[in-house]
Design a protein around this ligand. Structure first.
Ligand SMILES: [Zn+2]
Length: 242
């Protein structure tokens, strides 16, 4: 049992490129946010006021806006219909703060307009909650059963477990276009409502594209994580047969 864990632990080495990409993306987000959180917009409106204006002009008068603790914790919760803006954004009048805010408003309109990838993700979330409980037990039971006579059943358990694990990749693949689309909506809305000019949008572009890289890193990590699992299963089987 200990050696099994050790094999899985050692295989963590395949995760290193994903981890490095993740750290690089996070650093890029923080540095671009800090850089453009020092640059005031010409309009001078606060993030919460821009958010209210965009929501109202898009017909989302019921959507609420509230401050939330933490840094870069900004999010939209469709079940409560609340846009939460972090304290470093809420009252700010900077290019970074307004850019992040417009991105979250982009998510509101994705839900309002029935944007297809959002629907797919809504289906995936409950499935993934169940699969995250099941995948490891299925794989472990499968590997143990393989030593017995029930080889076919064992194989099926392992394949289903791996299939459930692979759902993580699908989830990341669906999340990526959602995030890029929210950022594109943000830039269009900021220009269309006159909150920013094309020069200021370049700053927003830098902050939001850095944020998109964190989702690319998540996708790469999910693929490497599956590769790690496949290598683990392969090595466990090889070990049994020798
Ligand atoms: Zn987002």
């Amino acid at each position: 049992m200990f050696s099994t864990y050790l094999v899985y632990y050692m295989l963590g080495i395949v995760m290193i490129p994903g981890i490095i990409l993740g750290i690089w993306a996070q650093t890029k987000v923080r540095s671009s946010f800090n850089q453009y959180n020092k640059v005031e917009t010409k309009h001078g409106k606060s993030a919460k006021d821009v958010a209210r204006f965009m929501l109202d002009s898009g017909g989302c008068v019921d959507t609420q806006i509230q401050p939330i603790k933490g840094e870069l914790t900004d999010n939209y919760n469709p079940s409560t219909n609340i846009v939460s803006l972090s304290e470093s954004v809420y009252n700010q009048t900077t290019i970074a703060a307004i850019g992040v805010t417009a991105h979250e408003i982009g998510h509101v309109f994705q839900h309002k307009n029935g944007y297809a990838p959002i629907k797919i993700r809504n289906v995936l979330v409950p499935v993934m909650n169940i699969s995250s409980f099941l995948m490891w037990p299925l794989i472990i039971i499968g590997l143990i059963m393989e030593m017995s006579y029930y080889v076919t059943a064992a194989n099926w358990l392992i394949y289903i477990g791996i299939g459930l694990y692979a759902l993580n990749i699908i989830f990341c693949l669906v999340t990526l276009p959602i995030e890029i689309n929210a950022s594109n909506r943000a830039k269009k809305m900021l220009l269309a409502t006159g909150e920013m000019d094309t020069e200021e949008i370049k700053g927003v572009e830098k902050v939001l594209s850095a944020a998109a890289w964190t989702y690319v890193a998540a996708l790469v990590t999910s693929i490497l994580s599956l590769l790690r699992l496949l290598l683990f299963v392969f090595m466990m089987r090889g070990g049994d047969r020798n």
